[in-house]
Design a binder for this molecule. Structure first.
Ligand SMILES: [Zn+2]
Length: 311
C-alpha cells in the first residue's frame, strides 16, 4: 500500500522529501506530517513535496523502534527489494531519497529517550552539500544544531550522503504519551524550511536563533544508544531533566535495586547540556541513561576527529 502524499506546485523547483515513522514508536512526527499534507496542499508555489509519514509500518505495528523481524530500519538502508519486511521498507524509502533534492527525516527519542530539540546532519565531505545541510538546519529554528561523523552507514542520511543530496534529521521529545507541542513545533520547522527554499510564502514567519551549535568530527559522534551506560540494573531515578545545564561533579541520578535496597549514584563527569535522558524507569545494565553535550551558549563549537586531518 502506497501511503505517500504528493503535493505538486506545477512550477519547477526542489523536490523535498519529508519522512516520519522510520521508527515505529515515534508518533509526533507521523501526526505532524499527516497534518502538514493537508495544510500544505494548494500553498506550495514552487517545486514539490513528497510526504511519507509512515516509513516502516512494520515497526509501527510492533509498537517499537524495530520491525517484527528485529531490524532497525535506520541501520539497514539502502535495504533490499526482496529482503525481510524492514529491509524492503528501507529499500522503498532509499529509492525515494535518491529521487529527492532535499530530505528531512523526523524522529523523537521513542519510548526510551527524551531528546532536546535538535537539527542534525552529517559532516559531509562535499563542502557544498555540507553548507546546504547547515542552511537547512539553521532554517528549522531548532535550538540545537548538531553536525556529526559522516561515515556511519545504514541510515536514511547515509543514502542521501552517497547521492550528494542534502539531508537533515530532527529530534525532539519522546517517552510515553503524545506530546502535542512536539508535533506543532515540527510543523513550524518544516514550514520554515520550505519558506527558506522559496517554496512557501514566509509572511509573518520568523526563525528563532539557535542556542547551541556543535560540529563533532569524532568517530560515531552521532550515536545515541551507547551514552552513559547503566552500571547496574534497577530503577533509574534521574536528578536532571532534558534542557538542564549539568555541572561537573553534580549528581546525575541514581539506580535503586528494590531487592537489596542498594542505591548506585551517578555523577556528571563534564559540564554541559542534558540533551538526552532515559525515559524508562526499569533499566538493564548497559542501557544508555542519558547524554550531556559539551556546548556553549550562542557559540559554534567544532571538535576535530583527533587524527590531525583537515576538514
Ligand atoms: Zn528515530
Amino acid at each position: 500500500m502506497n501511503r505517500t502524499l504528493h503535493i505538486e506546485s506545477g512550477n519547477s523547483g526542489p523536490k523535498v522529501l519529508l519522512l516520519a515513522g522510520v521508527h515505529g514508536d515515534e508518533y509526533e512526527p507521523i501526526v505532524a506530517l499527516m497534518e502538514l499534507a493537508e495544510e500544505l496542499a494548494g500553498v506550495i508555489h514552487r517545486g514539490s513535496v513528497l510526504i511519507d509519514p509512515l516509513v516502516n509500518a512494520g515497526a509501527y505495528e510492533a509498537v517499537s523502534r524495530f520491525g517484527a523481524d528485529g531490524l532497525d530500519l535506520a541501520r539497514v538502508c539502502a535495504g533490499s527489494a526482496d529482503g525481510s519486511p524492514t529491509e524492503q521498507a528501507a529499500y522503498r524509502v532509499s529509492e525515494r531519497i535518491k529521487n529527492a533534492d532535499v530530505v528531512i527525516d523526523l524522529h523523537t527519542g521513542g519510548m526510551a529517550f527524551d531528546i532536546y530539540p535538535l537539527a542534525g546532519y552529517m559532516l559531509h565531505p562535499n563542502a557544498s552539500v555540507l553548507e546546504q545541510q547547515r542552511q537547512l538546519a539553521l532554517s528549522t529554528g531548532m535550538p540545537l544544531l548538531w553536525g556529526t561523523d559522516h561515515r556511519p552507514d545504514g541510515r536514511t542520511l547515509s543514502v542521501a550522503r552517497d547521492a550528494d543530496i542534502p539531508a537533515i534529521y530532527l529530534e525532539y521529545g519522546g517517552g510515553s504519551g503524545f506530546r502535542k507541542h512536539v508535533a506543532e513545533h515540527y510543523k513550524e520547522a518544516v514550514k520554515r524550511i520550505l519558506a527558506q527554499l522559496n517554496m512557501l510564502r514566509s509572511d509573518g514567519m520568523n526563525i528563532p536563533q539557535w542556542k547551541y551549535w556543535l560540529e563533532d568530527y569524532r568517530t560515531d559522534s552521532g550515536y545515541l544508544q551507547s551514552r552513559m551506560p547503566a552500571p547496574v540494573s534497577g530503577m533509574f531515578v534521574p536528578d536532571v531533566a532534558v534542557g538542564d545545564w549539568a555541572l561537573a561533579g553534580q549528581r546525575f541520578g541514581c539506580i535503586i535495586d528494590p531487592y537489596t535496597r542498594s542505591k548506585h549514584e551517578l555523577f556528571v563527569e563534564e559540564a554541559g547540556l542534558v540533551f538526552l535522558l532515559q525515559q524508562r524507569v526499569s533499566v538493564q545494565k548497559g542501557d544508555a541513561l542519558g547524554g550531556i553535550m559539551n556546548v556553549t551558549l550562542n557559540e559554534k563549537i567544532s571538535i576535530d576527529n583527533g587524527e590531525g586531518s583537515n576538514h
